[in-house]
Design a protein around this ligand. Structure first.
Ligand code: SAH
Ligand code: SF4
Ligand code: F3S
Length: 445
């Protein structure tokens, strides 16, 4: 029996998919990339922006035929399933879907699937309360070199545009011992790079400490900073990354830990969202333009070789042209290594959706194009700075576009393509950068 899985969301969702794969393989299923060959098709959905919904409904249309011809099992899970208007629509317009499961019931997937198969009935397993953290789920990781480790779930920030707090519940952190032991095991298996995941990764254990919820310290870990320090000591692990942090949680001990832990990559993701203070306030981001720029300055002073990436939303309700200029201004000043740009998308149930002064689509697109042009010119300029330098690269595998070449990433997460022997895969090597090509660099041993 074969399964096919489609993941639509962020790295947290991808990590959940790795767990779904682990559970399915433990049940005896084998993975296939070919949907037509599958006995079960699983969708792990995202709902952070509208286009994800269009994609799901488009796919469901396609799958209907397969369902009719082969009687496959169709299961849909993930963040979108925590939205009632979506599950209602699926039940009404796509009644052939067999299993609906949410973000808090992922661990019950084998049980739900068994039930659907044996009892031949539709399963809906979605709860609205904050799920507990379930340890020890089987996992089938996509890479043998880099591993993602979810350290906390949920979000308490309620940025006014964002659906995540409603679909992922409140913040809760995994126990230090569970995380450290998982990473030790990964090191033993030969993993080189660890990415710590959470919707607010750098507020790890903050709620627990603030609310006096008891947790067991392990090897001195009682905060995000101490967690970085403990992982830094694990032999075999060469690189530590983390996403996605919130600027408000870059407190001094976190900055100090990034600066002093040699394995922690010096590329830090610092989501800006908007550059204008009034817009930031409406977004409920809890910092002003000046505070953001001050934080950048402080981090640059304390962390040698710091590079920054960011997320930006254009066209938040009420954003004027002039206010948008502030976003461009911050981008010009900070010179980010990478900018993830998004057009504001109304999400049902968020305060942003109820705001009256929504920006017309055309205007949002105009701003997006303006930002994109600025970002691309900066990336080109920044890439030039790499040419002629020596970069430490973790070799990840064969290049997707040309199997003769190898590909790896710098500390700043830039892709470097180069000629080399396959036995370099999984190793850290020094490469001289010889040219730049917008989305990748070319290197030589
Ligand atoms: N917890 C993370 C990531 C949240 S989702 C953080 O706070 O940074 C990833 C990104 O999607 C956000 O940073 C934001 O830039 C974007 N995003 C979230 N909601 C959005 C919406 N309604 N419209 C457009 N972009 C959105
Ligand atoms: Fe969404 Fe804001 Fe939470 Fe990030 S911090 S997940 S943008 S509410
Ligand atoms: Fe999307 Fe859920 Fe991640 S809404 S961005 S998959 S947490």
């Amino acid at each position: 029996m074969k399964y096919n899985i489609l993941t639509m969301g962020c790295q947290l969702n991808e990590n959940d998919s790795e767990k779904l794969c682990g559970m399915l393989e433990k049940m005896g299923y084998e993975k296939t990339e070919n949907q037509k060959e599958a006995d079960i098709v699983v969708f792990n959905t995202c709902c952070v922006r509208e286009n994800a919904e269009d994609k799901l409904f488009g796919k469901l249309g396609e799958l209907k035929k397969l369902k009719e011809e082969k009687g496959i099992i169709i299961a849909i899970g993930g963040c979108m399933m925590q939205e009632k208007h979506i599950t209602d629509k699926i039940k009404e317009s796509y009644p052939f879907v067999d299993i609906l499961f949410g973000t808090h019931t992922l661990h019950k997937f084998p049980e739900d699937l068994q039930k659907a198969l044996e009892e031949k009935k539709k399963i809906e397993d979605i709860i609205d309360i904050d799920g507990e953290i379930h340890e020890g789920l089987p996992i089938k990781r996509d890479s043998k070199i880099k591993a993602s480790v979810t350290i906390m779930n949920g979000c308490n920030n309620f940025c006014s545009y964002c659906i995540v707090p409603y679909v992922r519940g409140r913040e809760r952190s995994r126990k230090p011992k569970d995380i450290i032991q998982e990473i030790r095991e990964l090191a033993k298996q030969g993993y080189q790079e660890i990415t710590l995941l959470g919707q607010n990764v750098n507020s790890y254990l903050r709620v627990e400490r603030e609310k006096g919820i008891e947790f067991e310290e392990y090897e001195g870990v009682n905060s995000f900073a101490t967690l970085l320090k403990a992982i830094n000591k694990i032999d075999g692990i060469q690189r530590i990354r983390f996403v996605s942090p919130h600027p408000k949680d870059f407190i001094d001990d976190v900055i100090e830990a990034i600066a002093t832990c040699e394995k922690v990559c010096k590329l830090v993701h610092l989501p800006l969202q908007a550059g204008n203070t009034r817009v930031l306030k409406e977004m409920n981001r809890k910092y002003s333009k000046e505070q953001y720029l001050d934080l950048v300055e402080k981090m640059r002073n304390k962390i040698p070789n710091l590079t920054l990436s960011t997320d930006i939303i254009v066209g938040f309700p009420g954003e004027t042209d002039e206010e948008f200029e502030d976003t461009l201004d911050v981008v010009k000043r900070v010179k980010f290594e990478q900018v993830y740009m998004f057009i504001y998308s109304r999400r049902v149930g968020t305060p942003g959706d109820k705001m009256e002064n929504q920006i017309p689509e055309e205007e949002k697109h105009k701003r997006f194009d303006k930002l994109k042009a600025l970002v691309e010119s900066q990336i080109e300029e920044n890439n030039q700075k790499y040419v002629g330098t020596l970069q430490r690269v973790l070799v990840e595998g064969e290049s997707k576009n040309n199997k003769e070449l190898l590909t790896g990433r710098t500390d700043s997460n830039k892709v470097v393509v180069f000629e080399g022997d396959k036995n370099l895969i999984g190793k850290m090597i020094d490469l001289k950068i010889v040219s730049e090509h917008m989305w990748y660099l070319k290197g030589e041993i």
